[in-house]
Design a protein around this ligand. Sequence first.
Ligand SMILES: *Cc1c(COP(=O)(O)O)cnc(C)c1O
Length: 434
Amino acid sequence: MTRPTAAAERLSRRAGLVLPGGVSSPVRAFRAVGGTPPALISGQGAHVLDEDGNDYIDFVLAYGPHLLGHNPPQVVEAVRRQLERGLAFGATTGVEVELAERLTAAMPSLEMVRFVSSGTEATMSALRLARAATGRDLIVKFAGAYHGHADALLAEAGSGVATLGIPDSPGVPASATAATVVLPYNDAAAVSSLFARRGGEIAAVIVEPVAGNMGCVPPRPGFLEQLRRETSEHGSLLVFDEVMTGFRVSSGGAQSLFGVRPDLTTLGKVIGGGLPVGAYGGRRDLMQMVAPAGPVYQAGTLSGSPAAMAAGIAVLDSLDDEVYERIDDLGARLASALDAAFEAAGWQGTVNRVGGMLTPFIGVDEVSDFASAKHADTAAFAAVHAAWLESGVLWPPSQFEAAFLSTAHSDSDIDHTAGVFAATLTDLSARRAG
Ligand SMILES: *Cc1c(COP(=O)(O)O)cnc(C)c1O
């Protein structure tokens, strides 16, 4: 049985004429796995529907935001109420202050926040602030980490950059990345050695405290603590990019999970509940440098968009320990079933997971950084992705993207997904052997 795709193909043809690559963001194009992306029309809970009438269990979840699944009624209702009051005012609103109060209460390192419209803006602005506060230029990032598409951060980046094999984007002047140093993730020796040589020049280290854009790669024990220590000792700032992990891996983000307090934090995804939002925040003395409180300029016409703020508040109000326990249980169930599938099919493979963020890396025993992630068998991943799609499972279309779980997923969603994975690996083994 093959799923119907006539409408998807029609949409894809029209899209290709007016949108570069047929998409508004590269990884959506399925270039790494082949096939035509489904023409999605609606989502409810853990499921999405396409124009051809196919139903999918969704592990993309809009690349992270939908911790509670698609369209949770309390979030829809909060947005609807706000829309009736007005879409944008160009003024500080109550909902904006309220969301800021909730964020600062949930994350102790956030003393003040500034809202922006995307994660890209958040990281770009946090680094501008870090450079201004330290009077230094050098930024340290890790290979395979994705911090949005600002020029200075498009050096050995993950996510779509990794998927499409674009080493460095044309259009980024050499001068924009000249002050960016890229180190291997989880490499304590590389960090020590850089700080020993150039510690006095480093404005900030920016890190995904759980990497999610080379696939899910957790920090090694002690790695984040080391970054905290070295930055403090050398007068540099530590920036946690929690655009993906914030309110996903725990209500206080990865910083609360690992007990490491950064100077600045960037947020996005979950805090907008599916509407465009980003935020950066941290130490009060640093945030007081942001205009108009201080001289570091950063602005946005639609920043703090009321509907997005209302969505964020409704999401945050729905989070309690049970939510995170449920998501962690689902994640554990899926990870152990995928692990068992590797074993049963006689495939090398490893499943990296933190809470409801996970990646099965096919064909490798351990993935702790971008170099080891790149050894994964992307052809086998593409075969698994296609089998999933045929069987009603929508998975991120790249070996180098994390999959996400929500409170709306059921045990049977998980079991179906793992079953297709196991059958496909077995099939691939037979085909490769024969
Ligand atoms: C998604 C993501 C970004 C970029 O956010 P956008 O809203 O897509 O600009 C930045 N950092 C991390 C860790 C992300 O996962």
